[in-house]
Design a protein around this ligand. Structure first.
Ligand code: ATP
Ligand code: MG
Length: 287
């Protein structure tokens, strides 16, 4: 039977995180350097490495069955594919960037201006939703320099930290589109029972890996008289586990917590009588 074919970006911002997600799904992936395709050893999946711009069309045409790609690219290419899962990584935003010395207080001020972007479709939809008429100049790269060259009044580009904007004497203005990596699937896959069932298995593993990503396992010893306080502090998903220890005045407390809360609660825990606090990663989590 045929393997499911997954397309991911060959070399770029999505590559490492896409591979990491697959590894967290328990897939054994050999080193792939410079190869166009590899087969996963312990799962019926072939991985194709492609330019990200080509992925929506390859999935649409059934060259690949599924793909991992930025939502910005899927929407811009308007390929006939379905987004079946948000993957929560490579989050970024398409923003209007304006020259440092200008102000843009209201979207309506974009009326009649010229805006340079690599995302003409997303931008024109945004403008028409907001009933604004502006000229769009399509540029394939280095959009940030167009305002200083006098090619455009404003830009619309992907921004995460804003450093590239600052280097080009631009600043952030209105948000146009929020993106993250998504899993897309070809519509043809529904007709193939074998591939549909491989995909269902993969999706189950992806959900479990994504659930685990934001959680950590915390363990600590707690003085019995501080236990009530400690249990109040721990933002546990379920009730924490309390275990007795050889030493009579101590208990061990284990819990699953959201990763980002650890540094907020660690001092409070110590103050309430916790010691030997350990924080461990969780690989998978089935809720
Ligand atoms: P390719 O050579 O495959 O065409 P590319 O240069 O078009 O690559 P990258 O810069 O690697 O693409 O970006 C891939 C995707 O990563 C983008 O489409 C977007 O979804 C996301 N991305 C882009 N910039 C950022 C950022 N600063 N932070 C997080 N994610 C980003
Ligand atoms: Mg690209």
């Amino acid at each position: 039977m045929e393997n499911l074919k997954l397309a991911i970006q060959k070399k770029g911002r999505l590559t490492e995180k896409s591979l990491q997600l697959l590894k967290n799904c328990g897939l054994e992936i050999e080193s792939y350097s410079e190869r166009l395709m590899i087969t996963v050893r312990n799962f019926p999946l072939d991985i194709l490495f492609l330019r990200d711009d080509d992925i929506p069309e390859y999935v649409q045409d059934g060259v690949a069955d599924i793909g991992i790609i930025g939502k910005n690219v899927v929407v811009e290419k308007s390929a006939n594919v379905s987004i079946i899962k948000n993957l929560g990584f490579s989050k970024c935003e398409l923003l209007i960037g304006i020259p440092e010395n200008k102000d843009l207080n209201d979207l309506a001020e974009l009326e009649g201006s010229t805006i340079a972007t690599s995302y003409p479709k997303i931008l024109s939809e945004f403008l028409s939703e907001n009933k604004i008429k502006a000229k769009i100049v399509e540029i394939s790269g280095s959009v940030e320099i167009t305002t200083s060259l006098g090619v455009a009044d404003y830009i619309c580009d992907i921004v995460s930290t804003g450093n590239t904007l600052r280097m080009n004497h631009l600043k952030k203005s209105f948000s146009v589109f929020k993106s993250e990596a998504v899993l897309i699937a070809s519509e043809r896959i529904d007709a193939d029972q074998n591939k549909t069932s491989i995909l269902a298995d993969l999706l189950k593993r992806i959900s479990s890996a994504l659930n685990a990503r934001y959680s950590k396992y915390i363990m600590m010893n707690v003085k019995k008289d501080g236990l009530a306080k400690v249990l109040q502090i721990i933002p546990s998903l379920k009730s924490p586990t309390v275990l007795s220890l050889a030493s009579e005045d101590l208990v061990a407390v284990h819990a699953v917590i959201p990763s980002d809360t650890f540094w907020k609660i660690s001092d409070d825990l110590k103050e309430a009588g916790a010691s030997g606090i350990l924080l461990l990663p969780i690989e998978n989590m089935i809720l």
